[in-house]
Design a protein around this ligand. Structure first.
Ligand SMILES: Cc1cc2nc3c(=O)[nH]c(=O)nc-3n(C[C@H](O)[C@H](O)[C@H](O)COP(=O)(O)OP(=O)(O)OC[C@H]3O[C@@H](n4cnc5c(N)ncnc54)[C@H](O)[C@@H]3O)c2cc1C
Length: 483
């Protein structure tokens, strides 16, 4: 891919281990040492409320971000003051590369749970009222909505991945589509503004939410390319690339999530919300005169079964498992995965090991920017847990291990069981599914423990966001975060 760039992720600072959050007033957040409702996605994401003050540019944190918990906490701390009315007013403005100071840029940290939703919400609500920070809070719950929704369609991700090679092959066999696809992923289309977003995505590993929506809409309705290939391109280049938020975000733009509701990128909306990056260029210069003026219905390639809600037996709370922990499970290793790099079991494990990063796509590898961030995030997690547990003489693997090395390590350390934070649907889950069988043959069992936040929120993501969104005050109440 022509415009790909790589960055050196600076070595992350090891901070104290990620602690589970206790209710306020002692919120239990490890602070960094340095200081420094009727809801639908249309309302959430569209910005018609941009004002001239949008062009004042608050500072964006240093980029590329360090993949460490310490940096995530520092970034959260620095953003808190902007999470109230300022976020509500300016969140839809795309100021351009390296200038995204209106939004939190916390998504790469949340993606790997270097910081988690509960601590983000509790920090924000320590400084703002629920109504002041409502928009920001709602966005955090959008993440949980997509996670819970995909979790309840356990066949969707595997089927989508299974279909990808065929979709790519068909696209490359069609001369026009093949040219358009290559142009789209190499920032060489006849729409210069689209190319700029593509370069930003590939170079920085990030795109503003509104730019993601415009990009996806142009990909689908102007370039008429398969949404599946666009979602795959995104997930391999976004530092926060997430099977749920990304796949379902693309399906939402395509009109496949909410029947009859697709998203059209219009020159008018882009002019309003991306004014700062347009630098006075006219529609012809930007290619905005070439945008589709209407959407169309896309065929559904996923089977009815993949889209059907599956009944989930949500895991029991961790406390229910604590009593007979040792007796039931024997010598247990804690497994760290890229899906949650701060979760700690309530009972002390007998060893610490980390699983290497999983390939995000079956058709191509992740970008260097993504691989650097993910690998460094896992290293940061392993280092924090190792610092914490080696003092107690526990064996800790030195680096993240692939499947074979993991099995070997568990055998060598004479482990009977492995416990990890719940791994939601995606490549790591599919990998663990295969691993579970291999481990069982060796007499090693595997358990996943779900965070209370996920157990509380995800079951409500069975239908539209509205059903979940209206419960936000109730969730905050249960989490003891309401004033
Ligand atoms: C086509 C498309 C693809 C997307 N792919 C991803 C993805 O792979 N990973 C990802 O984390 N988000 C994805 N999003 C959602 C959203 O664009 C990003 O979460 C957001 O831009 C991240 O920037 P931020 O941290 O500054 O967000 P902020 O505006 O500061 O929001 C705070 C947090 O809330 C969550 N959030 C915000 N908006 C959304 C949303 N619409 N959906 C889900 N969660 C949200 C994120 O965790 C984010 O970090 C996608 C959206 C679209 C339209």
């Amino acid at each position: 891919m022509g415009a790909e760039m790589s960055y050196l992720i600076r070595h992350s600072i090891s901070t104290k281990i990620g602690q589970r959050v206790r209710p306020p007033p002692s919120v239990g957040i490890v602070r960094p040492k340095t200081q420094e409702q009727g809801i639908n996605m249309q309302q959430m994401a569209l910005g018609n409320d941009a004002t001239p003050t949008d062009w004042c540019e608050p500072a964006q944190p240093a980029w590329p971000p360090q993949a460490s918990r310490a940096q995530g906490l520092e970034q959260l701390e620095a953003f808190i003051s902007k999470a109230g009315r300022a976020y509500q007013t300016h969140r839809n403005t795309d100021l351009g590369s390296w200038r995204h100071g209106h939004v939190s840029l916390l998504s790469p940290y949340l993606r790997h749970r270097l910081i988690n939703e509960t601590e983000v919400l509790s920090q924000v609500l320590a400084e703002h009222s629920q109504s002041e920070a409502f928009k920001f809070i709602q966005e955090v719950f959008w993440r949980s909505y997509w996670k819970g929704w995909l979790e309840q369609r356990s066949l969707l991700w595997p089927e989508y991945q299974q279909q990808l090679p065929g979709i790519l092959q068909r696209a490359t066999q069609n001369r026009r589509q093949s040219d358009d696809y290559n142009a789209a992923v190499n920032a060489a289309t006849h729409i210069p503004l689209f190319n700029e977003w593509c370069e930003e995505l590939v170079g920085s590993g990030y795109l503003h939410n509104h730019a993601r929506m415009w990009f996806a809409s142009i990909w689908i309705f102007t370039l008429k390319l398969p949404w599946q290939l666009g979602a795959d391109f995104f997930v391999r280049h976004l530092m926060d690339g997430d099977p749920a938020s990304n796949t379902l975000g693309w399906r939402w733009v395509a009109g496949l999530h909410t029947a009859g509701k697709s998203y059209l990128a219009t020159a008018k909306n882009i002019r309003t919300c991306a004014q700062a990056r347009l630098q006075g260029r006219n529609d012809q210069e930007l290619g905005l005169n070439k945008l589709a003026t209407s959407t169309f219905n896309l065929p559904e390639h996923l089977s009815a079964k993949a889209l059907q809600k599956t009944e989930i037996r949500w895991p029991a709370p961790e406390s229910a498992d604590a009593a007979g922990y040792r007796a039931n499970h024997g010598r247990t290793a804690l497994l760290l995965t890229e899906e949650d790099l701060t979760w700690m079991p309530s009972q002390q494990p007998q060893g610490i090991v980390a699983l290497s990063a999983s390939p995000r796509s079956v058709i191509a590898s992740s970008s260097e920017v993504v691989s650097h961030f993910t690998d460094s995030a896992i290293d940061d997690g392993l280092r924090r847990f190792t610092d914490h547990y080696t003092a107690q003489g526990l064996p800790c693997a030195e680096t993240a291990l692939d499947d074979e090395a993991l099995i070997h390590w568990l055998e060598e350390q004479r482990m009977d069981a492995m416990v990890c934070a719940y791994v939601p649907m995606g490549p790591t889950r599919l990998r663990l599914r295969a691993l579970r069988g291999q481990l069982a043959c060796k007499g090693i069992s595997m358990r996943m423990q779900m965070r209370d936040y996920d157990r509380l929120v995800w079951p409500h993501a069975s239908r539209g966001f509205f059903q979940l969104g209206k419960r936000i005050p109730e969730f905050l109440d249960i989490m003891r975060l309401s004033a």
